[in-house]
Design a protein around this ligand. Structure first.
Ligand SMILES: [Fe+2]
Length: 278
């Protein structure tokens, strides 16, 4: 297993597709995007991490909703192990970016990774993603496969009077084996999974922004200083200037005659989101 080989596999596979396919369809499947050896390694690593997380939580060493070892508190898929920004997954996010760019024909900025080990009975309801998921992948790492569905018509599903109204279409079923990757425009195409009848499907979502989008720089690393950090490091959309004495001065106009100052720790961190709309 090595990442150079992973890149080679993905580059060879992406050569079989034209980036215009992605432009036209807004999704693309790449078989063998990473080697089965690498997929198996990460699958085993993540299964081990789940066991460690459970032991640490059960013994009250870490909080039930911690983001350092993963948790079972994501309301989108209740009681399923999930992990925002696991460092190995964030490294994968970095390493597949160049070949993602080749496959899509789009220069990308990394936003974040999110991994889950699905259990029997899980359902991923029809939804579209938040802005940090402009160009997304779901990559099968192992376990019993679970199909994902996409609605190719971007007009289906969306907000009406502030409430999400799902489409009522059959969509396209995508079956991924370990190492296979689906690339899709998560903010535009509704996607979902039907109730899972097996157990243990391990998937990682790798999310990117189009580098030329107006919000791309703001969304870089999901508004964190760098990859691998938990969501408490996510900055607000207009981060205040941080002074050397760790105080904050608001610089948005109109400028106050006397700067308002507050402690940085209280202002640059945002609460942990309940769900990432994956
Ligand atoms: Fe999603």
């Amino acid at each position: 297993m090595n990442l150079d080989q992973t890149h080679k596999n993905l580059e060879e596979e992406s050569n079989l597709h034209s980036s215009s396919d992605f432009e036209k369809n807004r999704y693309l499947v790449i078989r063998g995007a990473i080697s089965t050896d690498l997929a198996e390694f990460i699958y085993t690593y993540f299964a081990n991490k789940r066991l460690v997380a459970k032991a640490l939580i059960d013994n009250k060493i870490i909080a039930a909703n911690n983001e350092y070892f993963g948790n079972w508190t994501d309301t989108q898929i209740p009681n399923t192990y999930s992990h925002y920004s696991d460092i190995a997954m964030e490294t994968l996010l970095q390493k597949v970016k160049p070949v993602m760019e080749k496959a899509t024909g789009i220069k990308l900025v990394e936003t974040y990774s999110y991994a889950r080990i699905y259990k029997k009975g899980d359902t991923l309801h029809r939804h579209k993603d938040r802005l940090s998921c402009e160009i997304s992948t779901t990559l099968n790492l192992g376990g019993s496969a679970w199909s994902i569905f996409l609605e190719p018509d971007s007009a289906k599903g969306g907000l009406i009077d502030g409430k999400y109204v799902a489409g009522n279409t059959a969509g396209v079923e995508i079956k991924l084996e370990p190492g296979d990757m689906l690339i899709y425009r998560g903010c535009e195409l509704e996607h979902w999974r039907e109730p899972y009848e097996s157990d243990g499907c391990t998937q990682v979502f790798l999310h990117y922004n189009n580098a030329t989008s107006p919000h791309a720089e703001e969304n870089r690393f999901d508004r964190r200083p760098y990859l691998g950090l938990p969501s408490i490091f996510r900055k607000k959309p207009e981060p205040p200037k941080i002074l050397e004495n760790s105080e904050v001065v608001f610089t948005t106009s109109p400028k106050p005659t006397t700067p308002s100052t507050i402690k940085a720790n209280n202002e640059i961190n945002s609460p942990i989101p309940k769900s990432f709309g994956l």
